[in-house]
Design a binder for this molecule. Structure first.
Ligand code: FES
Ligand SMILES: [Fe+2]
Length: 453
């Protein structure tokens, strides 16, 4: 699908002119960040919160992007709205963080004006002292809002195309895995001294695994094959990679099989330890049962593992969807949803990420991670709360793999200022998703603003 990569006109500052170089000022130039704020973040669909953060009417979450703030509110069981977080009197922010609007009223703390959950104005203190206004002018202005993947998505642009059109084709890849049934196990944040795009790039490619995460190469070291992963770019800036099909070995001898079981247990334990994401303790337990599970001739570890995972799900009341082979192949893959969201599915679980720039600081970003899972019967994960932000070198809160990624990201951010690096060099194979991301950014930057006056 690489034929969908177009080269932009190059009129915008530091524009991409191909898919093998990224001009480095894109990662630190303040005027580039201002342009992104005005032309990208004001117009793209963004994951604003998880649905389980606002389970009941009146529950709200503030979503901020650059200098804009929205209040995502559950109005009733079927209705969610996103209001601009500014009072219709003199602009005061109406809500901070998250919580519930008591009595179904959104109240301004400054002079006490109030709104119903549906955004209509319910009270103006001393109304006779104000010139009469059409009631519609006192309603809270709304941003576009929709849901997908158990998350609320918002868009500041009233003219933006519908969410599902913009996400295409990612829902078709991820919906079969049951991500809308998953609930939060934990949610943690880290502030990184890096541009948001540069930080995301460390997760758009698996090419860094050999050097950065040698513990994941199962003793293959430099023999770890970079072509073991198959990269795809999709329309709308999205991209993904999965293990290349056909890598499964079939075993004639039980002894080879048991060796492979042991190395799967070892690598799963490395992924699970201290992270509790993608491979949860319950899955590790299942993987360990492969030691005792009788296997037939010519079986593969993959098919035995899938069998054991489904057997456990059935016993634990986990409604793990039945998957066709092409969907099963997405377990262990990485799915980037433009502009700032990632899904890493594995078994009935996923690790998801969201990146946001820190306003006015092109070289800082906030990364949040959610470990999510399809709960078993009777399991209630409740309303999630964010932990952190923790420092990127906090060994108490981050296990080895994220620490390795965070350390690379901050080093790279410093390195791209070097006078010998006017552009980074991008593989047209392993790093094709990075070029795709930047080219989609440029498509937004090339569209002049048409904000209503
Ligand atoms: S600024 Fe909100 S009531 Fe005055
Ligand atoms: Fe990594």
């Amino acid at each position: 699908m690489t034929d969908q990569l177009e080269v932009t006109s190059g009129d915008e500052p530091f524009a991409m002119t191909g898919n093998t170089r990224v001009p480095t000022p894109r990662y630190y130039d303040p005027s580039f960040a201002v342009l992104e704020n005005e032309r990208l973040w004001s117009r793209t669909w963004q994951m604003a919160c998880r649905l389980e953060e606002i389970p009941s009417p009146g529950d709200y979450v503030e979503y901020t992007i650059c200098d804009q703030s929205l209040i995502v509110v559950r109005v009733d069981r079927d209705t969610i709205r996103a209001y601009h977080n500014a009072c219709r009197h003199r602009g005061t922010e109406l809500a901070k963080g998250s919580g519930s609007f008591r009595g179904g009223q959104i109240a301004c703390p400054f002079h006490g004006w109030r709104w119903n959950l549906d955004g209509t104005n319910s009270f103006v203190y001393g109304v006779e002292g104000f010139a009469p206004e059409p009631p519609a002018d006192l309603c809270l202005p709304q941003a576009q809002v929709d849901t997908w993947g158990a998350c609320v998505w918002v868009n500041l642009d009233p003219a933006a195309p519908p969410l599902l059109e913009t996400l295409d084709p990612m829902p078709s890849l991820l919906d079969p895995l049951g991500i809308d049934q998953m609930r939060v196990v934990w949610w943690k944040a880290v502030t990184l001294e890096a541009n948001w795009k540069l930080a995301m790039e460390a997760f758009i490619e698996g090419y860094h695994i050999m050097a950065s995460h040698p513990q994941l190469t199962q003793g293959e070291g430099e023999e770890y094959d970079p072509n073991a992963l198959a990269y795809s770019v999709h329309q709308n800036g999205h991209s993904s990679y999965v293990s290349r099909p056909g890598a499964q070995r079939h075993h004639r001898r039980q002894v080879d099989y048991l060796d492979e079981v042991e190395s799967l247990i070892e690598s799963s334990r490395l992924l699970c330890d201290g992270l509790e994401a993608m491979t949860l303790p319950r899955d590790l337990h299942v993987i360990e049962t492969l030691r005792r599970r009788p296997v037939g001739e010519n079986t593969s570890l993959g098919s035995e593992l899938v069998g054991a995972i489904y057997e456990h799900a059935k016993n634990a009341g986990i409604p793990l969807p039945r998957l066709a082979p092409d969907a099963l192949a997405r377990w262990g893959g990485v799915f980037f949803v433009f502009p700032h969201y990632f899904v890493l599915p594995q078994y009935g679980n996923a690790l998801t990420y969201r990146f946001r720039p820190v306003h006015g600081e092109p070289e800082r970003c906030l990364l949040e991670l959610w470990s999510i899972t399809i709960p078993g019967s009777g399991e209630d994960h409740g309303r999630p709360a964010m932990q952190g932000p923790f420092a990127p070198d906090d060994r108490e809160h981050w296990p080895a793999i994220p620490l390795q990624d965070f350390s690379n990201i901050t080093r790279q951010q410093r390195g791209v200022h070097n006078q010998t690096v006017p552009a980074t060099r991008i593989s047209h194979t392993y790093e094709v998703g990075i070029a795709n991301l930047h080219q989609e950014v440029d498509r937004y930057l090339a569209q002049p603003l048409s904000r209503p006056t």
